[in-house]
Design a binder for this molecule. Structure first.
Ligand SMILES: Nc1nc2c(c(=O)[nH]1)N[C@H]1C(S)=C(S)[C@@H](COP(=O)(O)OP(=O)(O)OC[C@H]3O[C@@H](n4cnc5c(N)ncnc54)[C@H](O)[C@@H]3O)O[C@H]1N2
Ligand code: MOO
Length: 470
């Protein structure tokens, strides 16, 4: 766009940000390139949650429930005491006072977990502990109402064996300090619905109901594979011209943070035959393969060379920056099972931004999540930057809020797709529309918050397998 024709960012509401719907093959204004939404729609096409699996409760944290949970019994399980004290018939202590206590015979001692509980006759009390079953009235037709007097309201010692008699210095109403069976959950009640995401509180409820496992949408298995003859395993010495592989670490971590079971494979050199052999070995245990590098316009584009043949993977340009060169397709493992393949560009920032734009939404769809996108806030630009005409720019920014809560962003570093330290400083990606070339202070932009979504799942088989790659 020529000088003077600058288009400013206006943060127009309603502008599609990164939605997954729309025309799957929509092209953007970037010279025939596919729009970001168009490519996302292609990536999400056919993505659906994996078949439900029954998992032990602690493996199901953060996963989406695939069954309605109906209580097989009540909660609380039985009428129990909520205080350490004495179970009494409420009628026996109705007129009790400090100077005229009700004196009762102690006929039993019931700790938590006791199976046998003596019944209460008029004039008697049973010592009970918090969580212990509360005695019934021996004659519920005449004296139905049982209550618990906390030990502090009696003359009894808090420790040691129960006394023969206890003096109660205050009245307690019927049912006082008694947790009724079923007051929290009734037998047959539906307590959780399919589609809910399991938090620690959900898991606690399931355990309370006696469940050891639960039917959930399982985590997709992701294999991340960097390519490039210059790429060397972190920790290894570099020869001239070599760099350490950062993409596979960053992407595996991003996949795990998004809820997947992800693992790295040692980087594969620029040898299409070798890449195909590594892929063949990895496909049987993957739901998604992510590659980085080897997809642009150079002489040694290993991913393109290996996967374009037969049309299994299509390579396109997406009208976005960074993250222009993209590929997507499906490969079959030896058993004929289809595995999704997304090939991301090699520049580290491009690979990461591509993850946010395409891979994370795919993972969330497969995990059964409804919301596929990061939270988005509108922010006022404090320090501006420029953008390429015709491309949706996802620019690294740091987002801060002022005293009245307004979000502000400033550019972090330059636009280079190799600037990985700036990526750490950034806390959001500002979304610059295709027609905007010049983002200035005061402009308003939608920004995707790059927040951490929860603890990564542990994966014992998580690190590079010996023998794969260079
Ligand atoms: N003539 C053209 N050249 C390039 C174009 C283009 O349109 N025409 N597009 C540029 C854009 S945009 C991108 S993005 C990159 C994408 O390239 P590739 O996906 O083919 O990636 P490579 O060439 O293999 O690597 C790019 C860059 O990133 C470094 N890299 C690669 N893998 C890793 C890794 N695992 N960890 C860290 N760094 C990695 C690599 O050394 C290169 O510096 O193409 C542009 N070129
Ligand atoms: O699109 Mo490349 O991803 O600009 O650096």
């Amino acid at each position: 766009m020529a000088a003077g024709q600058r288009r400013r960012a206006d943060g127009r509401p309603g502008r599609a940000l990164l939605t997954g719907g729309g025309a799957a093959r929509a092209t953007g204004p970037g010279g025939g390139a596919r729009s970001l939404e168009g490519h996302l729609a292609v990536v999400l096409d056919g993505a659906q949650p994996l078949l439900p699996r029954r998992l032990p409760l602690l493996d199901a944290l953060d996963l989406v429930l695939a069954e309605d949970v109906v209580a097989g019994g009540p909660l609380p399980r039985f009428d129990g005491s909520s205080m350490d004290g004495y179970a009494v018939l409420a009628a026996d202590v109705a007129t009790a006072a400090e100077d005229a206590p009700a004196v009762l015979d102690v006929v039993g001692d019931v700790p938590a977990g006791a199976a046998h509980v003596p019944a209460l006759r008029p004039g008697t009390a049973v010592r009970v502990m918090t969580g212990a079953p509360v005695p019934q009235a021996e004659d519920p037709t005449r004296t139905p109402d049982v209550a618990v007097v906390q030990v502090e309201w009696t003359d009894a010692a808090q420790t040691g064996p129960p006394p023969a008699r206890v003096a109660v210095g205050r009245p307690v109403g019927p049912g006082r300090n008694v947790r009724r069976a079923g007051e929290d959950v009734e037998t047959g009640e539906r307590v959780l619905r399919a589609g809910e995401r399991l938090s620690p509180r959900h898991l606690g409820l399931l355990a309370s109901l006696g469940r050891a496992d639960v039917l959930v949408r399982p985590r997709p298995r992701v294999v991340v594979l960097s390519t490039g003859s210059e790429v060397v395993e972190p920790g290894e010495e570099l020869s001239p011209g070599q760099i350490h592989d950062s993409n596979s670490t960053a992407l595996v971590a991003a996949c795990r943070e998004a809820g997947a079971l992800a693992r790295r494979v040692r980087a594969v050199e620029d040898d299409p035959g070798r890449l195909l052999a590594v892929l063949r070995a990895e496909l049987p245990t993957a739901d998604l393969v992510l590659t980085t590098g080897g997809v642009s316009a150079g002489a040694y584009e290993v991913v393109k060379e290996a996967l374009a043949a037969g049309g299994a993977v299509s390579f396109v340009r997406v009208a976005m920056q960074p993250g222009g060169p993209q590929g997507e397709g499906r490969l079959r493992d030896d058993a004929g099972r289809e595995v999704r393949v997304l090939t991301l560009p090699g520049n580290p920032v491009s690979a990461y931004v591509s993850f946010e734009a395409f891979v994370r939404p795919w993972l969330r769809r497969v995990l059964g999540e409804e919301e596929l996108q990061r939270p988005v806030v509108e922010a006022v630009v404090d320090r501006g930057w420029t953008s390429v005409p015709g491309k949706r720019q996802l620019y690294r920014v740091r987002l801060e809020r002022d005293a009245d809560g307004t979000a502000h962003v400033g550019a972090i570093g330059g636009p280079g797709s190799h600037l990985v330290a700036d990526l750490v400083t950034a806390t959001a990606l500002a979304v610059v529309p295709e027609e905007v070339t010049d983002v200035r202070p005061g402009d308003r932009l939608s920004c995707m918050l790059l927040e951490r979504g929860g603890p990564p799942p542990s994966d014992p088989a998580a690190d590079p397998r010996p023998g794969a790659g260079a």
